[in-house]
Design a protein around this ligand. Structure first.
Ligand code: ATP
Ligand code: LTN
Length: 325
């Protein structure tokens, strides 16, 4: 069994990009591998957030995971801030991470551009905490969307550096990216990735109502020639919709193009809305059956299992670094 680790920030509603890029892979992996998944609340607070909502968002995110098919019998699911070893290891790894590498990270540049009033050291150190998350669990594979690959690469550098300096300790993890779902683009601006914290019209959330889904798909930005054809350079909007259609409908893009030959965007978009409504319905129904008590119990059990593994790793790290008093 391979050791898998991944996380997601509790920053808002889960959208189909998160689902296709990350969660969907996790659901597959839990069937055969040793999986640990965390709700990265310490990462979430590096960008503006409402403290009174955080707990609800964490509960909601957990419920979304469970409704989408994550099974607490088959994986460990926990909240990052419960396991204090993550901050301890992040501090230690910070002492061997070059400042220049952190400043070069695309996400740091993007998010500090977006939140000019809130450029904090936590945002810069974000990848160190993510490295700690991953390395604490002897991780071999990190399933993420494309935007997070750079952070897995810096994690590899940090692990290698630690092993060279203090002796063989960490496995060197590899990113795993789902091929087509790796980057679902915003419906409003197909140049940008679909994101939880950007404009809500650009993303379809898992729990959107049927009306919301229809409105957003019908209003999605497309070019003016009305030919349903995949062309990532000149027809970004329609290509993104074709990609979503193909992933949810389990059909290859060629056959969808054939199906809609001569039919125009209106018909294609209606069909895509219906497909999304049909595919998201069972997740919504399952969500309604999950109570806060269920969630609390699952997260607590996950915390106990995660903490035990994390503490085992920390014992070794402290010893290697001479922190044994
Ligand atoms: P935020 O807007 O807060 O940055 P986000 O929508 O980018 O949030 P994250 O919590 O950062 O979501 O990401 C969770 C997981 O979903 C990561 O593995 C990330 O790579 C993946 N992911 C996020 N957006 C997309 C997308 N548009 N397409 C595919 N995968 C995505
Ligand atoms: N930074 C990630 C979330 C995250 C993560 C992790 C992903 C936090 N810790 C560890 C993989 C492994 C993001 O999606 N924004």
């Amino acid at each position: 069994m391979k050791k898998i680790f991944s996380g997601i920030r509790p920053t808002g509603n889960i959208h189909i990009g998160n689902y296709l890029g990350a969660i969907n892979q996790w659901i597959e992996l839990q069937k055969t591998e040793d999986c640990v998944f965390c709700i990265a609340d310490w990462h979430a607070i590096t960008t503006p957030y409402e403290e009174k909502n955080l707990r609800n968002i964490i509960f909601d995110l957990t419920a979304t995971y469970l409704a989408s098919g994550l099974d607490p019998e088959k994986c460990i699911l926990f909240v990052q801030s419960k396991v204090k070893q993550h901050t301890e290891l992040a501090w230690l790894l910070g002492t061997i991470t070059p400042l220049g590498e952190l400043q070069r990270m695309t996400q740091f540049k993007d998010k500090s551009q977006k939140h000019k009033e809130y450029i904090n050291a936590g945002l810069l150190n974000y990848p160190i905490l993510m490295a700690a998350d991953i390395l604490l669990y002897n991780t071999e594979i990190v399933p993420v969307g494309k935007d997070q690959v750079q952070h897995v690469e810096i994690t590899r550098n940090i692990a290698q550096k630690f092993n060279n300096k203090y002796g063989e300790t960490f496995k060197i993890p590899e990113p795993l990216i789902s091929k087509e779902g790796a980057k679902i683009m915003s419906l409003q601006d197909p140049e940008k990735k679909m994101s939880k914290t950007d404009d809500s019209k650009g993303s379809i959330n898992i729990f959107d109502t049927e009306d919301e889904i229809k409105k957003k798909i019908m209003g999605a930005t497309t070019d003016s020639d009305s030919i349903v054809k995949y062309d990532e350079i000149n027809k970004k909007g329609i290509s993104n919709l074709l990609n979503i259609y193909s992933l949810f409908g389990n059909k290859d893009i060629k056959s969808i193009e054939e199906e809609f030959e001569g039919k125009g965007y209106g018909e294609f978009k209606t069909s895509l809305s219906n497909l999304l409504i049909e595919k998201l319905k069972p997740i919504k129904e399952k969500r309604e059956k999950i109570s806060n008590e269920d969630i609390e119990k699952i997260l607590n059990e996950g915390f106990l299992k995660a903490e035990e593994r994390a503490e085992n790793m920390m014992k070794e790290v402290r010893k290697k670094m001479g922190l044994t008093l």
